[in-house]
Design a protein around this ligand. Structure first.
Ligand SMILES: [Cu+2]
Length: 656
């Protein structure tokens, strides 16, 4: 694959203003028309978000057929249709080491009303003459993100989407996908075709469900024949979009149904962990919010994963491929949260720990967005029910009696909330000062962090095809949410962030000018959230230099798989704009590592401050050299500092 052009980095920095644009903190703004309903989206770079939809009767056409994809321009909040040939409903996706994005699987070709394509074998459509879509079941689609400097319609900006040339071994709808340390992808399980949950009922063939379930995993690029995963068989039914997190050891946390394991991907060895408490399912279609908490030097980069919401419906209520057994839209979603630390470094036993209940009741299809101030924004979803859609349940037998049309969820959760993992238990949730949205965001809604640290929210379509008149209609309207840190009059404007980060190796210096923060420089330089280790030097003009380590090499690339990231410098809880960087060497394969970066001690300087003209009040030397004898305090220990590396592979299919 071609390396991704990174020259946008310098451009972005050169044009960054120290002064925050005026956006009301805690508010939603109109994000424009996305043209397709954003079932899935990802940030390509500082300019573009890519959105994908299932094949349906979107009024926006490309080559004469309904569009399934767009490139969304962040600055102008406008979308441009892009040609996607194979039905993306419901693929998984991930960034590759060079910054490209890949989506895997989907469903057969469909036509109007979700009917199988006009060319079909009786089960699966291979093409539909009305919608013009091809079978997406085994599809592998790859795009190299383009910037404002490119013509989005030029060949190099287009999706590669040709299953005759590149495809998976198996058909996979709702497969789980997780990157390994070499940047290759494990692709796990899925349905062979669509359905509500991945089983017949009674469940007499949990492995293959008579050919409807796909209990295997495979890799991209291939590492050999697809193999059975026993965990997929044991979690039959509720095992689609398995929740996966790579751990420092290279084992993968895999959670599905109410089961949990650590899996060794290269040997297919399973180590079972305790079940999820209280019979709560978090995978699709229970669709709980989940996230990895910040990895910091303070926690020795030990991953903890949090799961919130989902559903504790009894096993028989989930029904089968066709529909649920009960009226899910009347069944309250869970409000509970649980944490697990799968590989503790202190010898403690591995088990789930109850965390604070979510604020504002239960939530299915909620979504966590990791913010660069270390907090997590929770948006979207519903108070009752599950993801998915159906024309009936086993309780409500006629579509005309379904109270919310095809939606299996109800009670849209309009109110965002913030979760602060650093607060003591009992105080972690808050929604003070946060406006509520007015747009229901249920099945196939999505949210993602933008490079300016705002949050793009889009999609929602609990319908088999476009329906603008039902209870929860197909939604094309996007919103942009501005977290509370948008109250800051100025935001940090760091310079010196490199285009690539390595695993270990020489540290680099980031400079923060005095004009881009307020208050005492020592406080600012020492008071932040962290991911990368660093120290600092405060200068007399109020600027300071962050001596910043590369990615910690101790877990090789397991801790943060190679690929794109947004780097933020966060001072006193106020983040800079994110800078798009590539972590690793940009290629699939073993990543080069070096010894952990050695940092100089921190240098404090009393009297230096930000927010105004230089305030040099110590000594007579008016330059800002860091080795000045005016530096009044030397801190030999390593300080925790404010560079947050956020994965922006914050893949956001909700409900999904
Ligand atoms: Cu979906």
């Amino acid at each position: 694959m071609r390396g991704h052009q990174l020259s946008i980095l310098t451009l972005g920095l050169a044009t960054t203003s120290a002064f925050a644009q005026t956006h009301k903190p805690g508010s939603f703004e109109d994000g424009g028309d996305t043209l397709v309903s954003a079932m899935m989206m990802f940030v390509g770079n500082n300019d573009k978000v890519y959105m994908l939809d299932k094949s349906e009767a979107n009024p926006t056409k490309i080559n004469g057929y309904p569009a399934m994809g767009v490139a969304y321009d962040i600055a102008t909040r406008t979308a441009t249709p892009m040609l996607v040939k194979t039905n993306v409903f419901c693929a998984s996706g991930m960034h590759l080491p060079n910054g490209s994005f890949i989506t895997l699987g989907g469903n057969g070709a469909v036509g109007p009303g979700g009917d199988k394509g006009s060319v079909n074998d009786g089960w699966t459509g291979s093409y539909d003459a009305t919608f013009g879509d091809l079978d997406g079941g085994p599809a592998i689609r790859i795009v190299d993100p383009c910037t404002d400097a490119d013509d989005i319609n030029s060949p190099k900006c287009q999706w590669f989407d040709d299953p005759t040339l590149l495809r998976m071994q198996k058909r996979r709808w709702y497969a789980g996908t997780e990157a390994l340390a070499d940047g290759s992808l494990a692709i796990i399980g899925g349905f062979v075709n669509g359905g509500y949950i991945n089983r017949n009922y009674p469940n007499t063939d949990p492995a293959t469900e008579g050919g409807a379930a796909e209990p295997t995993y495979e890799f991209y690029p291939s590492k050999g024949q697809a193999q059975n995963m026993q965990f997929m068989i044991d979690t039959s039914g509720l095992n689609a979009y398995a929740l996966t997190y790579l751990m420092p050891s290279g084992q993968m946390l895999v959670q599905a149904n109410v089961s949990t394991m650590l899996w060794e991907p290269l040997t297919n060895t399973e180590h079972r962990l305790p079940d999820m408490p209280d019979n709560i399912a978090r995978v699709y279609p229970a669709s709980g919010a989940n996230a990895m908490l910040p990895l910091t030097p303070a926690n020795n980069y030990t991953p903890t994963v949090i799961f919130c919401g989902g559903s504790d419906m009894p096993d028989d209520a989930w029904g089968d491929y066709s529909w649920p057994s009960i009226d899910t839209f009347n069944y309250p979603a869970s409000a509970k949260c649980h944490r697990i630390t799968p590989e503790p470094t202190d010898g403690s036993a591995v088990d789930y720990v109850a965390d604070d209940d979510m604020i504002g009741g239960g939530r299915t299809m909620g979504q966590f967005i990791a913010l660069p101030d270390g907090q997590y924004l929770l948006v979207n979803g519903g108070l009752n029910g599950t993801a998915g859609y159906a024309t009936q349940t086993r309780q409500t037998l006629s579509y005309s009696d379904m109270p919310y049309g095809m939606s299996l969820a109800a009670g849209p959760q309009f109110q965002p909330a913030l979760y602060d993992p650093s607060k003591p238990a009992g105080q972690r949730w808050s929604n003070a000062g946060l406006d509520a949205s007015t747009i229901p965001r249920l099945y196939h809604s999505s949210a993602i962090l933008l490079p300016d640290a705002s949050v793009l929210i889009a999609g929602s379509n609990p319908n088999v095809d476009v329906n603008m008149t039902t209870f929860f209609p197909t939604t094309y309207k996007a919103e942009i949410f501005y977290p509370p840190y948008f109250s800051a009059p100025v935001r940090p404007v760091p310079t010196g962030i490199p285009a690539t980060l390595s695993y270990g190796g020489s540290p680099f210096d980031i400079t923060v000018p005095a004009s881009s923060y307020s208050g005492d420089a020592n406080d600012a330089a020492s008071n932040t959230t962290v991911v990368l280790n660093n120290t600092f030097t405060v200068n007399k003009d109020g600027s300071f230099v962050l001596h910043t380590a590369q990615m910690p090499p101790n877990a090789n690339a397991n801790l943060f798989q190679p690929g794109p990231a947004l780097v933020f410098v966060t001072i006193n809880g106020i983040p800079s704009n994110g800078t798009h960087v590539i972590v690793g060497n940009g290629q699939i394969g073993d990543q080069p590592t070096a010894a952990a970066s050695t940092l100089p001690g921190s240098v404090r300087l009393d009297g230096a401050a930000g927010g105004s003209a230089p305030q040099a009040n110590q000594g007579t030397n008016s330059n800002n050299s860091t080795d000045s004898s005016d530096a009044v305090q030397f801190t030999p220990h390593t300080m925790l500092m404010g560079v947050v590396v956020g994965a922006f592979a914050l893949f956001s299919v909700l409900g999904a």
